[in-house]
Design a protein around this ligand. Structure first.
Ligand code: M6R
Length: 619
């Protein structure tokens, strides 16, 4: 995810901005940029290299100016490049903006209200400085001039212009605005975090506490809809047109704690970001009940012989297995899923004209998946990369790319990226579906409920999930079982548990245990059973009864209101009820939390499990 920082005070801004950006470097970025205001003039420096590179290439004379803003970019709209790096400026170069978030309606603003502007980048962000410039005229008595530097640095006018500009935006943002000649900064937020660090005759702004913690531990958390005028010795905050007071919080965390947002591990932070990953991924492709992937991508739902082949590894493979069920259920398009490492050396028969190949890969760099993608191309298949990382190898190889919008994932165990992959499959299923509109809208409404559903599971963390994790942590072997769309989720649950807690765990189709693994069932082999009330609920419950009869303790993941299940299992983790096809979302959040807390109980090295790497770039 992008990071933004700002400084206004008595010290030189540039070293402070660079230091603050370094503090959020761990979140990952592909380019960076800063702006320093020196004697009222704005100077911008950008780089597609590192922050260190940017620093090394700035000459000493440029280390002047007491106001600055900075940005680390993690590309969403437009490739990583200097022109797409922030800050972005208006046509006259007098208004500069750094932005975190996604502006959903930027294209219609560009085509409509701003059709006369010359845009320099492909970003959604660039509409903001242009909009501020255009709207400023309304608040300026000498509108024809529209030159900020001439004015009396009237903070209130600038704030009103920013407000008016923001009112035209759909989407999410945390922004910092610098205006030539203005002795302060404007900060505003909607659905993206933003804080003000309070100093002595200086103030800081940042998307993340760690960015400013070295300078001050006095933090004001801006709230939804806040807009602030931040000057050297004053902070004015307004919400819905009236001034508001926001309390200062004294942060006691170390910088290292703060990087993890106060969570002990990145993995836990990332699990807690799952609702946001769902929102951001939906937001990328869904506007006013229309799904648009913005790529040349068509496959007729009922066309004879047309199908999708997904290739992937690890967690992405399990996401693909789940995606198969989702797409086949919603769109009735046949989907086959292959492990990339197997596909690469198999005698797989591929009909290039009829099979579309999708490479599912969070990092976009996994060697096996890349090989599979290249093999599909050799067969003449249309190829699509589904990935989290803009500009990654997969995006450069595939014909088309669909980005999941999970934000950078630091923990080796994939969590929020898995959830975001599922969201893409729901969108794909609905995009390809030929169902009556009322049915389509019903599914869409359910999909839009998923962030809230995920939050409800997170609310269970302290009460039930930690308790069950303490129980599970005593065992050395476990089975995870599920059926249908939740078979893949049981495989994912087992993978997550084994990779971070080192408990031997196996995911299995619930109906398959009796064909062999029953021999392993004892009182020391707990079974985690996904018992969603779907069309095969009774069958899965039957399988659970068979398991119980062999003496294994059973923990069920079951829906609220399902009282039946209590009779047959030892423990129940409750998840909210959803349409059956959407049940993988709450079930996954529950299993991710269960794996995390079990590993924590066993005092494992959670973010960097032994022998594993985040991105496996060797065969
Ligand atoms: O970046 P990718 O999605 O291609 O990575 C694939 C696997 O290496 C990855 O999912 C791995 O299984 C994770 N450690 C699972 O948590």
């Amino acid at each position: 995810m992008c990071g933004i920082v700002g400084y206004v005070g008595e010290r030189e801004a540039l070293p402070i901005i660079l230091k603050s950006l370094k503090r959020i470097e761990y979140r990952g970025y592909d380019s960076c940029g800063i702006l320093v205001q020196d004697n009222g003039k704005m100077h911008v420096y950008k780089s597609v290299e590192s922050i260190d590179y940017l620093k090394a290439n700035l000459s000493e004379s440029e280390y002047d100016g007491k106001i600055g803003i900075g940005h680390t970019r993690w590309a969403t709209h437009g490739a990583p490049s200097k022109k797409n790096a922030h800050p972005h400026l208006d046509c006259k170069g007098e208004i500069a903006v750094v932005h975190n978030g996604i502006i959903e309606n930027y294209q219609s603003i560009k085509d409509g209200f701003l059709s006369n502007c010359a845009f320099k980048s492909e970003t959604d962000t660039e509409v903001i400085p242009h909009l501020i410039h255009q709207t400023f005229g309304k608040f300026d008595q000498n509108a024809s001039q529209q030159t900020f530097g001439k004015f009396d640095q009237n903070a209130s006018q600038i704030k009103e212009a920013v407000k008016e500009a923001l009112s035209r935006l759909n989407g999410s943002y945390a922004i910092i605005v610098a205006v030539e000649g203005f002795d302060g900064l404007i900060a505003a937020r909607k659905e993206s975090p933003l804080v003000i660090g309070v100093g002595d005759r200086e103030n800081f702004i940042a998307s993340d506490v760690p960015a400013v913690l070295e300078q001050t531990n006095r933090i004001i958390y801006l709230e939804e809809g806040d807009i602030a005028i931040v000057k050297r010795d004053s902070i004015y905050i307004e919400n819905s047109g009236s001034e508001v007071k926001r309390e200062e919080t004294l942060i006691e965390w170390t910088i290292e704690d703060a990087e993890k947002g106060g969570y002990e591990h990145f993995m836990l932070k990332e699990i807690h970001e799952e609702p946001k990953a769902i929102i951001d991924t939906l937001r990328g492709y869904l506007a006013e009940d229309e799904i648009n992937f913005g790529v040349d991508f068509k496959i007729e739902g009922d066309a004879k012989g047309k199908s999708i082949l997904m290739v992937a590894c690890g967690t992405s493979y399990y996401a693909a297995l789940c995606g198969k069920h989702i797409i086949e259920n919603l769109a009735k398009v046949p989907v086959q899923v292959e492990l990339a490492s197997e596909f690469n050396y198999s005698d797989f028969v591929l009909d290039g004209t009829n099979v579309m190949v999708m490479a599912i890969t969070q990092s976009g760099e996994t060697a096996d998946t890349m090989m599979a993608l290249k093999k599909a191309k050799r067969y003449g298949c249309k190829t699509v990369a589904i990935t989290n990382v803009l500009g990654s190898s997969a995006t450069r190889t595939a014909d088309e790319t669909i980005y999941i919008r999970a934000g950078p994932e630091i923990g080796v165990a994939a969590t929020k990226s898995f959830i975001a992959q599922l969201v893409i499959f729901y969108l794909l299923g609905l995009f390809l579906a030929k169902m009556p509109e009322s049915e389509f809208l019903e599914h869409l409404e359910e999909l839009k409920r998923m962030p809230q559903i995920a939050m409800m599971v997170l609310d269970e963390e302290d009460i039930t999930i930690q308790k069950h994790a303490r129980y599970l942590s005593k065992y050395e072997h476990a089975f995870f079982v599920g059926r249908g769309v939740n078979l893949a989720i049981s495989l994912e649950g087992a993978l997550k548990l084994k990779e971070i807690s080192y408990i031997h765990a196996e995911g299995y189709a619930a109906g398959e245990l009796k064909h062999g693994p029953f021999a392993l069932l004892t009182k020391d082999t707990p079974v985690i059973a996904i018992l969603t009330r779907d069309n095969i609920y009774e069958k899965t419950l039957g399988n659970v009864k068979e398991i119980k009869a062999r003496g294994s303790p059973v923990i069920a993941i079951a829906e609220e209101g399902d009282e039946e299940v209590e009779k047959y299992v030892d423990e129940v983790i409750r998840v909210p009820k959803t349409g059956a096809i959407f049940s993988p979302i709450p079930n996954t959040v529950a299993l991710h939390l269960l794996a995390y807390w079990t590993a924590k109980e066993r005092e494992c090295e959670i973010d960097k499990p032994r022998n594993l790497a985040k991105s496996v770039t060797v065969e």
